[in-house]
Design a protein around this ligand. Structure first.
Ligand code: NAI
Length: 332
């Protein structure tokens, strides 16, 4: 399968491309950026794995060339946060970048699966959808917001409070809602490794807050040099890997991802009923299939405190989604 990375020379783009070059399901890897993508491609092309790698710049129809024949397109293009910024502060610049790249995908690779990493994900995913609608090629089953880093963080931080880091690779905690601050809702009550009652509620509140705002730790530690890149590349490669396996026919793969709820009319309607709100997009555990979204799973049984977190998340999410939708509707 051909995987394409748009924004491939960046902090996320480079390690993500490296990990995709190591994925045996990737037979072709297309890299694109406004700088340096051909160099990154030549570097990766020396790695002894089968994938053929090519890199392009915007000149000479580079976007069209890289997207031709793409099965999966991953978008980490755009500016990252600096200390004091929220993901929403990135909107002004990243919205336009994502809109233009989505236009390229809609015209050259409209059947590709599109995986959006560029923040604010809660708004950039609706932007891609609206661009696709304008071109008459929108299929909600093929559009995904990448929230895997929240899930990865949940496994890491919860394994730490359980006092057993070796659990980090096996423990699974669904994280639902969206991908920013309070819209990130970890469902610790559904942890595959139950949280013992000996762990205090204040420790649990602290870990929930850390999962919601974990990105800030990195922004602060990098002190102006960007946000999560290596952990994001790890998470992104994990999600791309799942999507590729499902596209190749493997069944039963479930991953939380931010999708348009009409991608699975029945599952989406049930989820909306559970939420008690008319929300168009939501990150839920999604079963992936050959066509993309196969089934959107509901929230299941959640605790009262998790219900409260959902109540806080939904209005913010609706605002973020509306911002993305109206951006594409507005004159340039
Ligand atoms: P970066 O600045 O290191 O890299 C971004 C790359 O995008 C640069 O190489 C830049 O040249 C390229 N770019 C800019 N405009 C472009 C265009 N029009 N076409 C193609 N490429 C273009 O930033 P970094 O750290 O890689 O972050 C990228 C994005 O990912 C940011 O928006 C960041 O907020 C987001 N992010 C998302 C996460 C998630 O969980 N979904 C986690 C961490 C970051």
């Amino acid at each position: 399968m051909k995987a394409v990375v748009l924004g491939a020379a960046g902090g996320i783009g480079q390690p993500l491309s490296l990990l995709l070059k190591s994925n045996p399901l990737v037979t072709e890897l297309g890299l694109y950026d406004i700088v340096n993508a051909p160099g990154v491609a030549v570097d990766l092309s020396h790695i002894a794995t089968p994938a053929k790698v090519e890199g392009y710049l915007p000149a000479d129809d580079g976007l069209k060339k890289v997207l031709t024949g793409a099965d999966v397109v991953v978008i980490p293009a755009g500016i990252p946060r600096k200390p004091g910024m929220t993901r929403d502060d990135l909107f002004k610049i990243n919205a336009g970048i994502v809109r233009d790249l989505a236009t390229g995908i809609a015209t050259t690779a409209p059947k590709a699966f599109v995986l959006v990493i560029s923040n604010p994900v809660n708004s950039t995913v609706p932007i891609v959808a609206e661009v696709f609608k304008k071109h008459g090629v929108f299929d909600p089953k093929r559009l995904f917001g990448v929230c895997t880093l929240d899930v990865v963080r949940a496994s890491t931080f919860v394994s730490e409070i359980l006092g057993d880091r070796s659990l980090a690779t096996s423990i699974k905690i669904p994280v639902v809602g969206g991908h920013s601050g309070v819209t990130i809702v970890p469902l610790l009550s559904q942890s595959t490794h139950p949280i013992p009652s000996s762990i205090s509620s204040s420790t649990i509140d602290t870990v929930i807050n850390r999962i919601q705002f974990g990105g800030d730790e990195i922004v602060k530690a990098k002190d102006g040099a960007g946000s999560a890149t290596l952990s994001m590349a790890f998470a992104g490669a994990e999600f791309v890997g799942k999507v590729l396996r499902a596209k190749g026919g493997e069944k039963g793969i479930v991953a939380p991802t931010f999708v348009n709820l009409i991608a699975d009319a029945e599952g989406g309607a049930k989820l909306k009923a559970e939420l008690g709100a008319e929300v168009e997009y939501f990150s839920a555990p999604v079963e992936l299939g050959v066509e993309g979204v196969y089934k959107i799973n509901g929230l299941g049984t959640i605790s009262d405190s998790e219900k409260k977190l959902i109540q806080v998340a939904v209005p913010e999410l609706i605002t973020n989604i509306e911002k993305g939708v109206s951006f594409v509707g507005a004159p340039k």
